[in-house]
Design a protein around this ligand. Structure first.
Ligand code: UN1
Length: 491
């Protein structure tokens, strides 16, 4: 078993406290590695290294910065099987999804590497003669990245890729449940040619590492993905310092199925959306909103398919649903299941922690479906586990009203063959992402990703918008008239 310290200035160093913590498999309890428990002093060291590396990295040509990301993508592609298994062992998603996580990271790094040859500005005519106007993009400086455990390769790359290609240097805190994936990513970037100090990794708890990053006066921007409670805290602290902040938080994503839908397609969609990654995606489907005409039939098909899902060892390719990621996750999800029962939702299938030889060392919860009424807690709050609420509605209008009546707005989906309804749903669903005839999960990396309402603060990751949070636009005027020209003042 490997013992890691913190990765600062291109070297693995022990944490100032000398304390460490272990990362374990949520399926088996196996200890995978230990990490230094960082604190304020370590964040300061990481900041100093990032600060020292900043000017050199920013003047290193952007296409060459992109080339390093491309090298990293190639290394990851070569090691995909092994890295996918690492994701599965450390985070618990099934092996096909572990590899998918790595593939998403590869795809995104390939995409964002090309940004090194764009980082586009604009030119536009001046209102004055012999005057030239343009914008250029500049890095923000030292940026702080805080990432969750549910996509331990993809989400860090969504942030690291654009931060690095834009010429920023980084202090990075990964989730404490998946530091081994983060450390492996740092090693890959080093092998790909990233100079020392450009990326600094500080592992440890949110209070000891995350807060000092967010409050550090020299760290100019914060990019955070995680829970709403933590996101609010990040936003409050960072806004007091007038920092740039990008937040990506929860979801309560609906899949609507209309009476004209292809029901087999809709059932396969919701199975994948609700129980993929054991429901631990911010895009997971947690509400199935069914038109009353197809309610009984859809439910019947869904229940029989759900009961046939195989829960267990995530490394076994036959397994459909792996463990949830931690004892805390397990407790929270089981508590929500209890709440659902108490508020009168009807438990149709699942609802229990699995016990027995194959499960005893991990955190396994049965795929769970409730027949619920809109307004119950389980239909409003993010559960982040394999729990789906089914809600009956009379028509399209009610479906959209129910879909929108939550505090979140990340992903959404409607199954219908009616083109008019599909387009209306694109207009009317309050969400950053809408799928037509496809589940709420599975965003592609070359399109912007992010939510509305309490899901985020409007910043979009990935796609053409990925660099926005990591660049400042400078407006430039070049006067080649040789005389003082006064804008807005007519001579
Ligand atoms: C997340 O859960 O934090 O669309 C992101 C999806 C993934 C991204 C999920 N590509 O489900």
């Amino acid at each position: 078993m490997k013992e890691y310290g913190l990765y600062i200035d291109g070297r693995w160093v022990p944490s100032a406290s000398g304390r460490s913590f272990a990362t374990t498999s949520p399926a088996t309890g196996e200890v995978l590695a230990t990490f230094g428990e960082g604190g304020r002093e370590d964040v300061e060291k990481a900041f100093k290294a990032a600060s020292k590396a900043r000017m050199k990295w920013r003047s290193f040509p952007a296409p060459k910065r992109g080339q390093i990301l491309l090298n990293a993508a190639s290394i990851m592609a070569r090691r995909k099987e092994e890295l996918g298994a690492l994701v599965t062992r450390e985070m618990g998603k099934v092996i096909a999804e572990g590899k998918g996580d790595v593939q998403e990271a590869i795809d995104f790094l390939e995409y964002i590497a090309g940004e090194g040859r764009r980082l586009l500005g604009e030119t536009t005519p001046s209102e004055l003669p012999r005057k030239f106007c343009m914008t250029v993009r500049q890095p923000v400086g030292v940026v702080g990245l805080i990432t969750p455990w549910n996509f331990p390769f993809a989400v860090p790359c969504w942030k690291l890729g654009p931060a690095l290609v834009s010429g920023n240097t980084v202090v990075y805190k990964p989730a404490s449940l998946t530091p081994l994936c983060a450390a492996t990513l740092a090693e890959i970037l080093e092998e790909a040619g990233l100079p020392p100090g450009v990326l600094n990794l500080v592992t440890g708890p949110a209070g000891r590492v995350g807060v000092p990053i967010v409050e550090h006066p020299g760290i100019k921007a914060i990019s955070f993905t995680g829970s709403v409670a933590s996101g609010k805290d990040v936003y409050t602290r960072a806004s007091a310092m007038l920092k740039r902040v990008a937040l990506e938080m929860g979801g309560k994503n609906p899949q609507i199925v209309m009476d004209d839908a292809d029901l087999s397609l809709a059932v396969e969609g919701v199975l994948f959306g609700a129980f993929g990654t054991a429901g631990q995606r911010c895009t997971a489907t947690s509400r199935l909103i069914l038109h009353e005409e197809i309610y009984d039939e859809t439910l019947e098909r869904l229940l029989s398919r759900t009961r046939s899902l195989k829960v267990g060892d995530p490394l076994d390719p036959e397994t459909d649903v792996g463990p949830v990621s931690s004892p805390d996750q397990e407790t929270k999800i089981l508590r929500y299941i209890q709440t659902g029962k108490e508020e009168g939702a009807k438990l149709l299938t699942g609802g229990k922690k699995l016990i027995g030889d194959a499960y005893d060392k991990g955190f396994f919860i049965e795929p769970t479906i409730f027949e619920a009424r809109h307004g119950m807690k389980i239909t409003k709050e993010e559960i982040f586990g394999p729990v789906l609420s089914v809600i009956k509605v009379q028509d399209y209008e009610e479906a959209v009203q129910v879909a929108n009546d939550v505090e979140y707005g990340l992903s959404s989906s409607i199954y219908t063959r009616d083109l008019n309804l599909a387009f209306r749903a694109i207009d009317e669903l309050e969400a950053g992402v809408t799928y037509i005839n496809a589940p709420t999960i599975g965003a592609e990396v070359h399109l912007p990703f992010g939510g509305v309402k309490n899901t985020g603060n409007g910043a979009k990751e990935a796609g053409s918008t990925a660099i926005e949070e990591f660049t400042e636009i400078k407006t430039v005027f070049i006067d080649y008239s040789g005389r003082l020209q006064k804008a807005q003042i007519v001579e």
